[in-house]
Design a protein around this ligand. Structure first.
Ligand SMILES: Cc1ncc(COP(=O)(O)O)c(C=O)c1O
Length: 462
């Protein structure tokens, strides 16, 4: 009987067994078509639990080393393993070329292996083909229930009827704007905002009016005053780990914003894609003004951006308009992707993956604190990104160009500014996107060098 050697390996046991299957299939010790040992027997000879071997076989199936045949067993797959990354089954990003601090995406981590397991499990169900069709009423209900459960974990009490699924948060924000505005309307935002919202507003014929904020936190008095000046109807804001400043609005502020929204009849679009990151976070704005808030989140930061699943929660009348907007723009999110997200929420994988992101983000923030002098660094210790205020003699555009020349991509504040004249001299750096911590360290060191060069008296403004 084939028996893998595990003594030289590290990582979880199931992964060690799955790695050994892949290697034996590649070097011919397990020729194509070989039946793997029955799971119970292998568990016995290796001295591991049956569950571990079951998980290993599912992992090896997901990675393309083997295929399962119902009632017959698991066989080494023809055609060999699927093309793999450096660590088979894991998502990785380039380990050469520019260090990319411009993309605010999660760290590639264990999601690839989870996907392998889930696809293998799905492949064995008779429901598989149903994901190729339009979603059924049963699937809609099941996904809404998973979505409501997920929102419950960030402190938002959501009913299934209030949930709307989208193709990610980007689509969610667009659907929210489509559902609540008409060309010519005013959209109120923080002075610095998530850049694509400016472009969305332009496409929809909206006028974006920035509301004074305090370091990224929307100011209730300024919001109230803005409503005296312009007929604002809808507010888009990022109360938790604001892009680009990482500011988080406290509970009093949230309550005050809700009061102004109520007084002025405003609809709030709350973008909470980073809401899962802080270990202790204020309740979403949607808890303070549930009757007028469209709460937007997605699994892109917490699980994986390629799943393209977003969750909106809104009061019933707005939820109806949101469903129309989703139908017009995409019919529905892909049922298979919605199913994967729902399974991960139900079986605890989503908690594991978001926990990984939380821990990795905190670690990378500690690297930033070590590398960058504190007078330039502004960052919540739980955020994916950080905000660097530049010395006076470094203009943000020049800094970005010089960083690029030295192999690091960053985004200057102007990309986020609604009114270019209010753009501070600062840049955003995203620490999570790169796979390897060592490249993050290298990028941070490069930026620290640049900051110090200017600090030493040279003028970098041309
Ligand atoms: C603040 C913010 N909102 C929304 C989105 C869109 O997220 P998704 O990938 O789910 O469309 C992003 C993604 O970069 C983001 O950073």
């Amino acid at each position: 009987m084939w028996r893998p050697t595990l003594s030289q390996r590290s990582g979880p046991k199931f992964r060690q067994i799955s790695d050994a299957i892949g290697e034996s299939a590649a070097d011919g010790r397990l020729p194509i078509g070989t039946r793997l040992p029955p799971q119970r027997e292998l568990a016995y000879v290796l001295g591991v639990s049956l569950n571990t071997v079951t998980r290993a076989y599912a992992d090896a199936t997901g990675r393309g080393f083997v295929r399962g045949e119902v009632g017959r067993g698991t066989f080494v797959r023809e055609g060999g393993p699927l093309p793999t990354a450096a660590h088979p089954g894991e998502l990785t990003r380039p380990s050469t070329g520019p260090i990319d601090f411009s993309m605010n995406l999660p760290t590639p981590g264990p999601a690839g292996a989870a996907l392998g397991r889930t696809l293998a499990a799905l492949a064995g169900t008779c429901a598989l083909a149903s994901f190729l069709d339009f979603e059924s009423a049963g699937q809609v209900d099941r996904n809404a229930a998973a979505a409501a459960a997920w929102l419950g974990r960030v402190g938002l009490d959501a009913r299934c009827d209030d949930m709307v699924l989208t193709v990610g948060a980007q689509h969610g924000i667009m659907a929210a704007l489509m559902a609540t505005t008409r060309p010519g309307d005013v959209l109120l935002t923080e002075e610095l905002t998530y850049a694509p919202v400016k472009a969305m507003a332009r496409h929809l014929g909206l006028r974006v009016v920035p509301v004074a904020d305090e370091g990224g936190v929307l100011c209730p008095d300024a919001l109230d005053a803005a409503c005296d000046r312009v007929a604002g109807k809808v507010v888009y804001c990022l109360p938790t780990l604001h892009t680009p400043t990482t500011a988080t609005m406290d509970a009093d502020r949230r309550s005050a914003i809700a009061a102004v929204a109520r007084k002025r009849g405003l609809i709030l679009i709350e973008d909470d894609v980073f809401g899962f990151l802080p270990p202790e976070r204020p309740r979403p704005l949607a808890c303070f003004a549930p009757e007028r808030t469209i709460y937007v989140t997605s699994v892109s930061k917490s699980l994986a951006p390629g799943l393209r699943i977003g969750y909106l929660r809104a009061p019933a009348d707005i939820a109806r308009a949101l469903r129309t907007a989703v139908g017009l723009s995409s019919w529905m999110p892909p049922p298979l992707m919605a199913e994967i997200s729902s399974r991960w929420i139900e079986d605890g994988t989503a908690d594991e993956l978001s926990g990984f992101q939380r821990a990795e983000a905190a670690f990378r923030q500690s690297m930033a604190r070590e590398a960058i002098p504190s007078r330039y660094l502004r960052a919540d210790p739980h955020a994916f990104h950080a905000w660097l205020t530049l010395p006076e003699n470094w203009h943000a555009d020049m800094f970005r160009m010089e960083a690029r020349n030295r192999g690091v991509e960053v985004v200057p504040a102007a990309a986020f500014a609604v009114d270019p004249s209010l753009s501070p001299n600062a840049i955003r750096i995203c620490l999570s996107h790169e796979s390897a911590r060592q490249r993050v360290r290298q990028g941070l060191d490069t930026l620290a060098e640049l900051l110090l060069e200017a600090g030493e008296g040279g003028s970098m403004i041309v």
